[in-house]
Design a protein around this ligand. Sequence first.
Ligand code: NDP
Length: 424
Amino acid sequence: MKRNVLIVGAGGVAHVVAHKCAQHNALLGDIHIASRTLGKCQAIIESIQAKGSLQQAGRLQGHALDALDVGATKRLIRATRSQIVINVGSPFLNMSVLQACIETGAAYLDTAIHEDPGKVCETPPWYANYEWKRRQACKVAGVTAVLGVGFDPGVVNAYARYALDTCFDSVQTIDIIDINAGSHGRYFATNFDPEINFREFTSTAWSWENNAWKANVMFEHRKDWDMPVTGTHTTYLCGHDELHSLSQNLGVPNIRFWMGFGEHYINVFTVLKNLGLLSEQPVITARGQEVVPLEVVKAVLPNPASLAPDYTGKTCIGDLIKGVESGQPKEVLIYNVCDHKACFEEVGSQAISYTAGVPAVAAALLIADGTWDTGEMVNVEELDPTPFIALMNRMGLPTRIKDEHGDRLLEPQQPVTTMPAYAR
Ligand code: NDP
């Protein structure tokens, strides 16, 4: 059993993580939120109190922290007796927070691949440049580290593993499809940190084709998908975190990531990029000030969390998997639909933050009760997906499956003895 959670970051995803931890504090224990700006931690705590999210009376506290400072992060982990750290700060922090966990023995979770401020769209497999270099250190220290456990990366990795385990004899293709059919009513905004959002698309779009990496140009390949509830939407082939681990762990020859974009997003993005305003490289202004254009764009765009009150519509994110079972070709879609307004009513967030935050807390619960407490560094597809999917079905993120038998809730079948106590 592991108890007491330290949440790093106080942005949109951290807001959801904190609410969901509060809803499950009987198992998780004390909840601490640490970020650069203490006021943002306190605003989340006030929101938890206003919504009455705490499952039972318990400790809920905010802390100012520069999480790039490994020593300060270690001191906070020890002072708060946190045995689980959910890192939902900026992805520039991953390696520092991971190191603090290795040195204190706390379990580590994050929802995105580590980023170096000066680089974008790194050489695949990107995890090998950063997190995977600490695999051995985690093993020696017996530290559980679950990488990329948001929705994508995260849940989509578990869907891929579930399909391989239970639906097919062999899989040829996994297409991960991410559609946000919602509307926030602003001229232009991103659904999570604009800096990170743009960095995903400003250089090479890597895909995994015929067991090899293929470099694509962003917006080069487009495809329409007819998804449940949200209907037909245009998507574009993108590089994305989960490809960098799924390609190495599953033995599937083709894995691609498709994200839905409207014409308006592409037009604004193209203008900003062509003007050089999405560059991560610093420039010097006429007054001699050094500025990073991308950071300036972030500063003038709406804070993604502020979109939540007006957001309407739904997201649909899932894996379309094609392969063979008993000699017959087969196709399965495993997916979730999430409603922006319902998320706002429950925790005060929009669906992109919600779909990223809930899986991280489900994973923390599975570490707390021992089910996923492996004492090693893993990506999500290396873990048994059944308790994870079963638990999320009860936490606001139900999984559905569409195959030759129809479209229905996916209730993973597993012997009750291997079902985590928490999901029973
Ligand atoms: P935000 O930008 O809203 O929040 C980031 C937080 O990190 C802010 O509170 C920021 O503090 C804090 N922070 C930045 N630097 C430091 C530092 N040095 N020390 C302490 N805190 C720091 O991001 P989101 O909540 O939208 O996203 C959080 C993470 O989730 C990101 O890694 C993102 O890529 C990932 N994500 C994953 C998804 C998935 O499905 N897997 C989907 C969406 C997001 P301050 O406010 O002071 O700047």
